[in-house]
Write a new protein. Structure first.
Length: 257
């Protein structure tokens, strides 16, 4: 009798253990299914975000390319025609030659500047050169057309490979930073330091008038800061701004870990 009861208890325990084990297996399978489903959703969302970012960058670049072509084909050709007419007038009279010489030089310099801007807006420079050569070329262009002293320090060894979108966005942010300094900072010196030893980092410092960063961000979102920050986000970077009125500004473009 006691043996039958013990045997029944053992059978009951075994059956209960089997049920518990079966439930555990079901729960584990369900959890794994949820994880796999979440992973698939995340990967699809990531792919969609990358495609969207790529489309945004391509659209922006197409707009800049169109502006570049208009400057080169329309404004550039008109300035060339004007300069040609001035040269003809100078040939008609020595008095015209003396009087029109300053105008002719100004038109020539303006034509040269427009060609430089046209080239800087066209991303073909990035496709022909690497990112750092393109940045160096832009600095050289600005040095010729601006009284501000610009110093550029590039890494001796580049320990990073850039994808096409990354190159374009970094270059455009670099242009935007310098453009803001030239337009607003009233600086006499700009220092640019780029490193890739651990991760990409570009630091641009100026000794200009500075500004109240919190006030600008919260109340008056100008200076292209929002645009730069949005572009940086597209490629997984971030921008840090440090500025104090009267003490210049430091802007850092940093690759997120």
């Amino acid at each position: 009798m006691l043996n039958n009861i013990a045997f029944g208890i053992i059978i009951g325990l075994l059956f209960t253990c089997l049920i518990v084990l079966f439930c555990v297996l079901l729960v584990k399978l369900y959890i794994n299914k949820i994880k796999n489903y979440t992973k698939v959703i995340y990967e699809k969302d990531l792919e969609f975000q990358k495609a969207l970012n790529s489309t945004i960058i391509e659209t922006q670049e197409q707009v800049l390319h169109n502006i570049s072509q208009d400057l080169h084909d329309d404004a550039g050709q008109q300035l060339t025609a004007i300069n040609f007419q001035l040269e003809n007038l100078k040939l008609d009279s020595e008095a015209f030659q003396v009087a029109l010489e300053p105008v002719s030089r100004s038109v020539f310099q303006l034509s040269k500047s427009i060609r430089g801007i046209s080239h800087s807006l066209n991303n073909q420079l990035l496709t022909k050169l690497d990112l750092f050569k393109a940045i160096a070329a832009e600095v050289e262009r600005l040095q010729k057309n601006s009284p501000i002293a610009i110093s550029l320090t590039l890494p001796e060894q580049v320990k990073k490979t850039f994808d096409p979108n990354e190159k374009i966005v970094i270059y455009r942010i670099f242009q935007e930073i310098l453009n803001n300094i030239l337009k607003h900072a009233k600086a006499s010196d700009i220092l640019i330091d780029i490193t890739t030893s651990r991760q990409f980092e570009m630091v641009v410092r100026d000794n200009g008038k500075g500004f109240d960063y919190e006030n600008i961000v919260n109340n008056l979102p100008t200076l292209g800061l929002n645009n730069m920050m949005q572009r940086a986000t597209l490629i997984g970077y971030e921008i840090n701004v440090q500025s104090t009125p009267g003490q210049g500004t430091t802007i850092t473009l940093l690759e997120k870990n």
